[in-house]
Design a protein around this ligand. Structure first.
Ligand code: NAD
Length: 343
């Protein structure tokens, strides 16, 4: 039956394997009956080739602004041509201050941590900190980088973490900082974290020094529920966390701003395998599942997630990066198996 109403979503296929994993993801979503009207938009290498120095043309920005939701493939960052990163352009234009990275054990994906019940979310502040890109040479032998942390930035990211914890029925928020050394900048995150989380009496709140947090994530990852951090700490620990449950190839993410949400796989454009029909679309598909929940289509999200888990658990027709040695198939065969498991 035709769905009642469709949500418009901007689809940016991106570079390298981007168009392949985007096509695969859309095929699965369509087969599952997702109520989406796709609006395709361009960004990345093609934009740079056309002389658009920001990597994202006006029409793409307008489409995202208008729809408020985007699904994005990986975008190549040109090296050595002075162009900006298209990813950074999108993040900055829409002030997407929250990077959400779920870290959940995936059935059938073998890791040294399988069976531990890992299920937490890393919430990374995405626009401040050392990534403001304010650097200079103090003297010819001394470089300086500005670590910019604001109260407003800390408050909105901790609020986001708390709201996410409540929305997902989670019970604890860990604020991980280096406040013991950087008392003003990291200390602000710790202090604001305490104040904001006081308002959420239903949530348990803890503070952890970030280096110990890295250690704890490896030693006892099942203790975490929601972990919120400033930009650079979050950058490093979210990749570490992805490694616990199968690596970047199967890691989804969301970038959230006020009124805009962009969902993307954590991996890059994998130029070595681009155009060969070998790419694994799992990470983008899991990002699309997050997107479906964001737009309120919980039924299709559950259906797709279930088919994915069944397929991975069965272990047949998986792409080369996750299949047992010598048993890998192409993207199309994997997608066919996924669609067959939609039930
Ligand atoms: P990468 O993630 O593209 O590749 C790392 C390794 O993982 C490679 O061996 C690759 O073949 C493999 N791989 C990645 N995704 C895969 C998939 N879906 N299926 C099968 N194998 C997969 O990282 P990189 O090589 O460092 O970066 C390549 C380009 O991507 C660079 O231009 C970089 O700037 C860009 N990049 C973009 C994003 C983004 O748009 N969010 C993120 C990371 C990197």
């Amino acid at each position: 039956t035709a769905p009642a109403s469709r949500t418009k979503v901007t689809a940016i296929p991106g570079d390298g394997i981007g168009p392949e994993v985007m096509r695969a993801t859309r095929q699965v979503l369509e087969a599952a009956g997702a109520r989406i009207e796709w609006e395709e938009a361009m960004a990345g290498a093609e934009a740079f080739r056309k002389g658009i120095g920001s990597g994202a043309p006006r029409e793409t920005l307008d489409s995202i602004a208008c729809n408020g939701v985007a699904l994005k493939g990986p975008l190549e960052t040109p090296v050595g041509h002075g162009e900006k990163s298209a990813n950074v352009t999108l993040r900055k234009v829409f002030e997407m201050y929250g990077n959400i990275r779920p870290v959940r054990e995936i059935p059938g994906i073998r890791t040294p941590f399988a069976g531990r019940g890992i299920d937490f979310v890393v919430v990374r502040e995405n626009v401040e900190d050392l990534y403001a890109g304010v650097e200079h040479m103090q003297t010819p032998g001394v470089a300086q980088c500005l670590k910019l942390i604001t109260e407003v930035g800390c408050e909105r990211i901790v609020r986001l973490a708390a709201c996410l914890a409540e929305a997902e029925g989670r019970s604890k928020v860990t604020v991980a900082t280096k406040a013991n050394i950087m008392k003003l900048t990291e200390g602000m995150m710790k202090r604001v974290g305490e104040a904001v989380l006081k308002e959420h009496a239903n949530l348990q709140h803890e503070h952890m020094i970030v280096d110990n947090c890295a250690h704890q994530m490896v030693i006892r990852p099942e203790q975490f529920d929601v972990v919120v951090m400033t930009n650079m700490n979050g950058d490093i620990l979210s990749d570490l966390a992805a490694g616990l449950v199968g690596g970047l190839g199967v890691a989804p993410s969301a970038n959230l701003g006020d009124g805009v949400a962009m969902f993307e796989a954590v991996h890059g454009s994998a130029p070595q395998i681009a155009g060969k029909g070998l790419a694994n679309p799992t990470a983008l598909l899991l990002s699309a599942v997050m997107m479906l929940r964001h737009i309120g289509d919980f039924e299709t999200a559950a259906k797709v997630e279930h088919a994915l888990y069944v397929t991975l658990e069965e272990g047949r027709d998986l792409t080369g990066d996750i299949a047992p040695e010598g048993e890998g198939v192409g993207t199309d065969a994997y997608v066919a198996r996924l669609i067959g498991n939609l039930g």
